[in-house]
Structure formats: C-alpha cells, structure tokens
Design a protein around this ligand. Structure first.
Ligand SMILES: Cc1cc2nc3c(=O)[nH]c(=O)nc-3n(C[C@H](O)[C@H](O)[C@H](O)COP(=O)(O)OP(=O)(O)OC[C@H]3O[C@@H](n4cnc5c(N)ncnc54)[C@H](O)[C@@H]3O)c2cc1C
Length: 467
C-alpha cells in the first residue's frame, strides 16, 4: 500500500496515471485496480483525496429522472446511481432513499410536471407519480403555503459524499494503486514510454493518462493540444442547518428546474442536518469557494418560501462548491488513442452519482487507446466507518464498546464521535493530514459547536498520532 505526500516520486513507469483524486479520479482508480496486471498511480495537487468539488456538493444520489434523454450524462447518471447504491450497501457508505418531491408553486410549474414525468420515463425512471396539493401537504406538513402539487420521485437518495470518495480511494490503494498527494501536475510532454508529467514533486512517467482534474481539466487538456471545452466555475453556496431542523422535512424538496440548473432545494443529509441551497453563479475564479452575504440572503429568501420554519432553526455551517460547468450541455469524456490519453471533463452537477459509471466508461475508453486491461480480479471489499444517523454509530453499539471501551468514550459530543473512531481514522489506509480531513472521516468538529468544545481534545489526538 503506497500513499505518499512528500519527497521525490518513484522512477517506475506506470501503465496508467490518473490526474485528480476527486470522486471521479478515485472511482477510475478503483475501477482500474480490478485489473491486477496494471501499475497505477493517482496524482493529486492537494493533501487529501476529495478536496476539490467532491467535498462541497449537495450529496444527492440522483436517479437521473430529469437528465437530457440520450445524453452521455443521462446514461452514466442512471447507471452510476444503481452501481453506487449497490456499492454503498456493501461498503458501509450511508445512503437513505428518502425520495424527492418536485414542488410546483404556480400554474406554469404545475403544467410542467407531466412533461417532466414523461422525461423521467424516457430516462428509465418510471416509478414517479403526480401528487395533488392535499397529498403533498400530508407528506410534508411544514411546506410553505401555496404549493399546488408535486412530482414524487421515490428513488432519489441522500448519501455521504466524503465516505464515497474515501471508499474508492481506500480500495484502490489497498489493491496496489500508488496515491501521490501534494503532487500538482504543471506540464506534460511526450516521452519514449508515453507521457512525462512535470509535477511539484518531480517527474512521473506513464504510458496512459487520465485527466480527471475537475475544474482544471480544461487546462491539462490544452497542455495536451486540445481545445474542446472551457470550464466556467459555477458556484453553489449552501447553508447547513442544525440537526434539530431534521424533523421539518422528510423528502428532498426540489424546485421545478430552469435553464440555469436544478435550482434551490432543501434536503436532509445522512448526517442528520438539513441543507438549503445551492446558488448558481457563473464566475471566473476557480478558487472562489467563499460564501457571500448576497448568496446567503438569496437562499434564505427562497428557503423561507419552501419551508418557512427552517428560517428559525440554527445554522451550523455555510459552504460553497464550484461546478465544472462548460459551454457544452453534456459531459466531455473523450479518448485520444494517438496520445494514449482520456479526458474526463465537464462533470458538472452529477459527478458523485455518476462516478462509478464514468469509471467503467473510462476503462473501456482506455482499452480503445491500446491499453491491455488484462484479467479482472475483484479487490477486497472495504468496510467504511458509518457516519450516517440512520445506522448505528459506534457509541450506540454495546457489543463494540464492550470489546473496546474507546468506542464509548465520546470526544465530540455534538456529533457523538468516540475516541475509537478518531484513533481508527488516524491509523487508516489514507490517514488525514489536517483536522478538516479528520472531520470528513469522523465528523469530529462538524456539529453545532463547530469544535468550540471538542477542538482542543481532537487536535491533541491528531497531533499525538502524527508525532
Ligand atoms: C454545489 C454543488 C452541488 C452538487 N450536488 C451534487 C449532487 O447532489 N449529486 C451529485 O451527484 N453531484 C453533485 N455535484 C457535482 C459533483 O460534486 C461533481 O460532479 C464531482 O465532485 C466532480 O468530481 P471530480 O473528481 O471530477 O472533481 P474534483 O472533486 O474537483 O476533483 C478534481 C481533483 O483534481 C485535482 N487537480 C486539479 N488540477 C490538478 C493538477 N494540475 N495536478 C494534480 N491534481 C489536480 C484537484 O485538486 C481535485 O482534487 C454538485 C456540485 C456542486 C458544486
């Protein structure tokens, strides 16, 4: 098992190198790790997996009911949703199939619902149903006044995005993939073996290259001589409400979509909070992940109409993520056989859901670029620590505590995170290198006090493990 974050890169020539350890790059690495004959690497500019867009989304496992039928995105979201639901069940990634309600607030939106239902059937998502206002309010009693009806999409689910990326990466690394963190690719040139990557940690040689660089996929694509798409970051700001708000909402409450995207939604999270967001702001700065007063005000205005009581609830956190939007309406996943190169660009607002299907698609494209995938051997399954409220957390599992009392010693009381879970995360295959990384693995410091009470104790455990 190799995870590196400093020093020179190995001199070996890899068969395939994936640039970017977001949910997509890690899914690709995991998929390729099913081929034990391949020497594989993932290079990531940041100090952890899932630090880009993959850490800041709405965490919905979409069915793809509203995708553009016959697009690549529609196919991969549909397929990815099924694959990830099955993978989550076997790997311990928390998923709750809460279903979505697409709420119509005026006559135009009500008239649009049957068209959306038709689209949904074309997207092979047939079990949806139109609801009248009475049934809608029976299902969601806290909904604001004036809703006229809804489309019920029972398959829409919520999922833990951090555990998903980490599960893929963990399984890939345990199966022999080299994960090189703190390794930013600055340039790429042809070499006798294929590609020579110039990185912040020296040179890396690889026969085949997969570009899963998210917001920066266009820059790397241009370095390889292509001008297929330009990423325009589309910021989505979100508000996380306290767990006490969770009883206000049972489904994912979606607006009727517009040309700009899916719009502002209210969704429960598997961690027991309630999300309100995201905004959709086209920007130029790929680092603009800050929240703004205007963005938060807009969300509160829209959220107040959908679920008025939510505005009285405490806010735990705000965050923003950048979608890798392009001038195209579909994913930009292209094989360049003459360069032994596959680019995975424009994975906008559905990449978490589609990740496993994107990975399978990329593996097939790599075969088209001349890569001999060799025989398949399923990697050992992974069993991820549960961060979901709907499933038993360690501090509630008496048999676990009896065997190891550290699981009964709480460190973070808001999120009920035990010493045992923090210890396990710090000793895991891909250990966190920062307190934020530890939070994504355990939820320590993610609760309503945001580390005010537990911060010092968590930091002490973190620092002890690193010395
Ligand atoms: C607000 C919002 C809400 C969303 N909601 C959902 C949702 O509910 N469901 C869903 O399925 N999807 C959702 N998405 C979309 C989903 O989050 C993305 O499609 C997905 O995370 C993209 O993953 P990625 O791996 O392509 O990109 P990233 O996660 O950004 O990963 C790319 C990685 O490449 C690295 N990198 C870049 N350049 C270099 C370089 N030169 N060298 C080395 N490394 C490099 C970056 O550091 C980064 O870690 C949402 C997105 C946003 C912003």
């Amino acid at each position: 098992m190799t995870v590196t974050a400093e020093g020179a890169l190995p001199e070996r020539v890899y068969d395939v190198t994936v640039v970017g350890a977001g949910v997509v790059g890690c899914a690709v690495a995991r998929e390729l790790a099913r081929r034990p004959g391949l020497r594989l690497a993932v290079v990531e500019a940041q100090d952890d997996v899932g630090q880009g867009t993959s850490k800041a989304n709405t965490a919905i496992l979409h069915t793809g009911f509203d995708a553009t039928p016959d697009s690549l995105e529609a196919r991969l979201v549909r397929e990815g949703s099924r694959r990830l639901a099955a993978y989550a069940a076997e790997s311990g990634i928390p998923v709750e199939r809460v279903g979505a309600l697409l709420v119509a607030w005026d006559e135009d939106q009500l008239a649009a619902l049957p068209r959306l239902a038709e689209k949904s059937e074309r997207n092979d998502c047939p079990d949806i149903r139109l609801l009248g206002a009475d049934e809608l309010y029976a299902r969601e009693p806290h909904l604001g006044p004036g809703a006229l009806g809804a489309l019920h999409v029972p398959g829409e689910s919520i999922i833990c995005p951090w555990t998903t990326t980490l599960a893929y990466a963990t399984q890939a690394v345990r199966a022999g993939v080299d994960l090189h963190l703190n390794t930013r690719v600055h340039g790429v040139s042809r070499s006798a073996d294929g590609h020579r990557l110039t990185t912040s940690r020296g040179t890396l040689h690889t026969r085949h290259l997969v570009n899963a660089a998210g917001l920066h996929a266009d820059t790397l694509d241009r370095a390889l001589g292509h001008d297929d798409f330009t990423v325009t970051p589309r910021r989505g700001q979100l508000i996380v409400h306290d767990k006490l708000a969770r009883s206000l909402v049972r489904h994912i409450l979606l607006p009727v979509p517009t040309a700009l995207g899916k719009g502002v939604l209210i969704a429960p999270t598997v961690h027991g909070n309630v999300l309100l967001g995201p905004t959709a702001e086209d920007l130029h700065d790929k680092r603009a992940t800050g929240s703004t007063a205007e963005g938060i005000a807009l969300l509160r205005e829209k959220g107040g109409r959908i679920l008025p009581a939510l505005l009285d609830e405490e806010v735990t956190a705000v965050y923003a993520g950048l979608r890798a939007a392009t001038e195209h309406e579909d994913y930009r996943i292209t094989a360049h056989p003459e360069q032994a190169y596959v680019t995975v660009g424009g994975i906008r607002s559905t990449g978490l859901t589609a990740s496993m299907a994107i990975a399978a698609h990329v593996a097939a494209l790599l075969a088209d670029t001349g890569l001999d995938l060799g025989p398949t051997r399923e990697p050992d399954p992974v069993s991820m620590p549960n961060l979901g409220e709907a499933f038993p957390r360690p501090c509630r599992r008496l048999e676990l505590i009896a065997a190891d009392p550290e699981y009964g010693t709480l460190v973070c009381h808001c999120e009920r995170v035990s010493r045992g879970e923090i210890r396990d995360a710090l000793a895991s295959t891909i250990p966190p290198r920062t307190l934020d990384g530890l939070r994504r693995r355990t939820r320590a410091r993610a609760g309503r006090c945001q580390g005010f009470y537990c911060g010092a104790a968590v930091r002490q455990l973190f620092e002890e493990a690193r010395t």
